[in-house]
Design a protein around this ligand. Structure first.
Ligand SMILES: Cc1ncc(C[n+]2csc(CCOP(=O)(O)OP(=O)(O)O)c2C)c(N)n1
Ligand SMILES: [Mg+2]
Length: 816
């Protein structure tokens, strides 16, 4: 069939169109070839694991066309064609990622830290400073947890809204051009069953942010077909209630077949325009996709798909369909000239050959780049080992190992280290030059790769939290005592004046100024955009924060009570805490999460699930200020820093009196620094947060009984006591007790490990080091529930007294 061209069609624009179509087709083919070869590399053991974008190539070409510089992607492992199409993934990089090349220049996604196809662009220079994000395509770093990309997507989109509507952000032009950037999300059909998907959809509808979510629907989630995933087996069908209309905001929803190239291009263009211009979220349900190679290298889909299903999938392969479309396409202009993309099939076969060769070549180069430095190190090492053997009395054993080393064909850094380290064991008692050479070689080689795998858990830039200098609060002559919550409030006012890029949001955060009035009147001063109320949706509150922080803003996400942080723990742990690490320092989200906890008395109002937080959130500063001045100081510190933080305010501290500082917005509480709040000689008591007051109370009572306690406030649970001040106290007291309101073996065990193992305090102990924690169950309701669930001042008194009794029974008679 010959289509009639419109007036605008002429030979020049057709030539451009043709070039684009054929170029797209080549990208789709190249991507498919990479998947095919990639799978083989994984199955033959050259790569550990492989997951690919086959069967989803064509819609991604269309998405790439609508994607503009400065835009953001938050997607998942199927997006390789998109990444290739926007020029952010070469086929060589594709293979380098697959092999786990630790050279970030070869494998820019993560420098070998992530499985393949976990895409990321670099937002940061090597020194941690921001790049101009408007001059590049941006992809936030993927995580493996399906749907985990959704909360972040919300924030990436919301940033545009902030940049469009907040006048003071006009000059932030390396991050935004008046908020014209779209955040593009992708998710698999099966993963739309996750709560995070629905939470994000609802929040985006409420917030009206520029995001376009593509759902790649291949009717499967690994082996499980759609009927087990989705009501009515159609996500666009059940999303219909979100469709906007004349009377209400909502989404624009499209459904399009994944092999229909022209319709896809049309749909993506429309979707991009709606999101970009109107700031309305869009869902594109891309149906009729498939997986020619199955889910991943871990299995084969022939196991669970019927022959009919496999044949059907083959018949809708988007690349084959695109080929057919190209071959059949004919268009005639007004003068009767007929235009075609290709003369005949031969031309396409030519392109197909090119794509195959390119993929093969890319694979080879990537493998060589991965392998050569390892082989070079092997040769270097071999020479050293031979020299060692020559000089050693144990050459019989050493030669055996050398033989095994030569025969070992594993191409991994560890292979070199395994043999080097095993051989070193045989020469401990000997002394010759080659031994020193081997020792140094091991040290250097190991440390090089240790860094490649372990750097950037926290910021290493000049804005690292640990580098922010302390500025003490200053007080006027009058020494005015005020309600502690007003210290936070007045400090927040300074913050929002000082940083136009700062904003705060959460449940009851805006209009009433948070449940404890720490933001009283602030929304009136700074507007509903910057000081805002949200729905009850902790995960996407955090996601809003992550996405906005990744785009140069300084969000403060409020989780109303610490107990409810568990709803957001997955996002905090998998996404925020790992972001800087998993991108090998090339992305950051300096988000501050504000929460309040400790001792409101009740199973879900006690607020001390510290051990979970502590364990899951490595990579985030966990700050536990004992009062509101300290808390305000932490906000000021973190706003100068590019590390993320969780600041936990003391629930029962808001109405206590504190001295009013006069340098609001300026004073800082240092990170990783403990504070001795009571000096003493007999025992060191280490605690934090609300428990600290009880510890102090007990310590004062113990003085009456001749026991002198040194009380240390940890303040910063993570990082903890970087200058090892606690052990200095133990050198004096020779006794240690860690007290908190977490479960036994929780945060106190972590603290104990830091003190005993990292600070080597065991050397100075005269008594058994003790932890004093809550009961194992959640704290029961009410004052007595607290008294019997947590440790009281009496419990603390007696526990300390007991230690003193054991150390000097003559002087301290038993209590009970
Ligand atoms: C939260 C979570 N649960 C389970 C998995 C294991 N898993 C990986 S991919 C996958 C299926 C995803 O299917 P779908 O969303 O349709 O994407 P597709 O792979 O089909 O493109 C599952 C269950 C995971 N990665 N994350
Ligand atoms: Mg699927």
């Amino acid at each position: 069939m010959i289509e009639k061209a419109t007036d605008t069609s002429n030979s020049l624009s057709f030539a451009q169109f043709k070039k684009e179509v054929l170029n797209d087709y080549k990208t789709a083919l190249l991507s498919r070839q990479c998947s095919i070869l990639g799978r083989r590399e994984a199955l033959t053991g050259k790569a550990k694991f492989g997951i690919f974008g086959d069967g989803k190539e064509v819609p991604q070409l269309a998405m790439a066309k609508a994607f503009k510089l400065g835009d953001w992607r938050s997607g998942y492992y199927r997006d390789q064609t998109f990444m290739m199409s926007i020029g952010e993934l070469t086929s060589q990089q594709f293979f380098a990622n697959l092999y786990g090349d630790t050279d970030i220049n070869n494998a820019p996604e993560s420098g070998g830290r992530q499985m393949n196809n976990h895409f990321a662009t670099h937002s940061l220079n090597a020194d941690g400073s921001w790049k101009n994000l408007m001059e590049q395509n941006n992809s936030s770093s993927d995580i493996s947890c399906t749907a985990g990309q959704m909360p972040r997507l919300l924030g990436l989109a919301q940033a545009s809204k902030m940049y469009r509507h907040i006048d003071e952000l006009k000059d932030f032009n390396t991050f935004s051009n008046k908020g014209n950037e779209v955040a593009w999300g992708t998710i698999g059909n099966a993963s739309t069953s996750e709560g995070l998907f629905w939470e994000t959809i609802n929040a985006a509808g409420v917030l009206q942010v520029p995001m376009v979510i593509s759902i790649w629907d291949d009717e499967y989630g690994i082996s499980v077909p759609a009927k087990y995933h989705t009501t009515k087996e159609s996500i666009s069908e059940i999303l219909k209630g979100f469709q906007r209309d004349e009377n209400s905001n909502g989404f624009e929803i499209f459904s399009v077949k994944g092999y229909d190239y022209p319709s896809l291009i049309d749909t993506y263009e429309k979707a991009g325009k709606i999101a970009r211009e109107e700031h309305v979220p869009v869902v594109i349900h891309v149906t009729d996709l498939m997986q020619p190679l199955g889910h991943s290298s871990s299995g084969s889909h022939e196991r669970y798909k019927s022959k009919d299903r496999l044949a059907y999938e083959k018949s809708i392969d988007c690349n084959t369909k695109m080929r057919e479309w190209i071959l059949n396409y004919k268009i005639e202009d007004n003068t009767g000239n007929v235009f075609q993309f290709v003369k005949d099939e031969e031309e396409l076969i030519g392109i197909e050959k090119e794509a195959k060769n390119e993929a093969k070549q890319a694979k080879r180069s990537a493998w060589n780049n991965f392998k050569n430095p390892i082989s070079k190190a092997s040769s270097e090492l071999l020479a050293i080992l031979k020299e060692v053997s020559k000089n050693s009395k144990n050459s019989v054993f050493i030669n055996k190992l050398i033989e095994q080393f030569i025969a070992d064909d594993e191409v991994q850094v560890r292979t070199n280290l395994i043999y080097a380290r095993k051989i070193l064991r045989f020469i401990t008692e000997e002394d010759f030059t080659a031994k020193t050479t081997l020792q140094n070689w091991i040290k250097n080689y190991k440390s090089l790769f240790q860094k490649r795998y372990s750097s950037h858990l926290y910021s290493q830039s000049k804005w690292a939290a640990l580098k922010i200098k302390e500025v003490k609060p200053t007080y006027g002559k009058e020494n005015k005592l005020v309600d502690a919550r007003t210290i936070l409030r007045d400090n927040f006012e300074m913050i929002f004046n000082k940083y136009p890029e700062a904003m705060i949001f959460g449940e009851d955060t805006g209009f009433i100024g948070d449940v404890n009035q720490g933001l009283e009147g602030i929304q009136k001063k700074f507007g509903e955009l910057r000081i805002s109320d949200t729905g009850i949706r902790e995960a996407t509150i955090v996601g809003q924060g992550i996405g906005m922080a990744m785009r140069g803003l300084r969000p403060i996400a409020e989780i109303q009570y610490l107990d409810y942080i568990l709803f957001a723990l997955q996002t905090l742990s998998d996404d925020l805490a790992s972001l800087h690490y998993r991108s090998a320092g090339r992305q950051k989200a300096p988000l501050i999460v504000r929460s309040r906890g400790h001792r409101l008395e009740g199973i879900w109002h006690s607020g001390s699930p510290m051990s979970g937080i502590n364990t899951f959130l490595r990579g985030i500063c966990i700050l536990v200020p004992r009062n509101m001045t300290k808390a305000a100081g932490f906000f000021n510190t973190m706003l100068k820093s590019d590390d993320p933080a969780l600041i936990i305010e003391n629930l029962n501290g808001y109405r206590l009196k504190e001295k009013q500082p006069d340098n609001f917005g300026e004073f800082t509480t240092p990170i990783g620094v403990v504070e001795t709040i009571l000096e003493g000689n007999d025992i060191t008591l280490v605690s934090y947060g609300a428990t600290l007051k009880l510890v102090e109370e007990a310590a004062i009572q113990l003085r009456q009984f001749d026991i002198s306690c040194e009380v240390i406030d940890i303040q910063s649970l993570m990082p903890l006591d970087i200058s090892h001040d606690i052990v200095k106290s133990i050198q004096k007291t020779n006794r240690l007790m860690v007290i908190d309101e977490d479960v036994p073996g929780g945060a106190s065990a972590y603290i104990m490990n830091e003190i005993l193992n990292k600070q080597n305090a065991y050397r100075y102990l005269d008594s058994k080091p003790v932890t004093l924690c809550s009961e194992e169950h959640r704290p029961a309701y009410g004052t007595d529930g607290d008294y019997f669930s947590n440790r009281s001042a009496e419990d603390i008194f007696e526990a300390i007294y007991q230690i003193m009794h054991e150390s000097d029974p003559q002087r301290f008679n038993p209590l009970i």
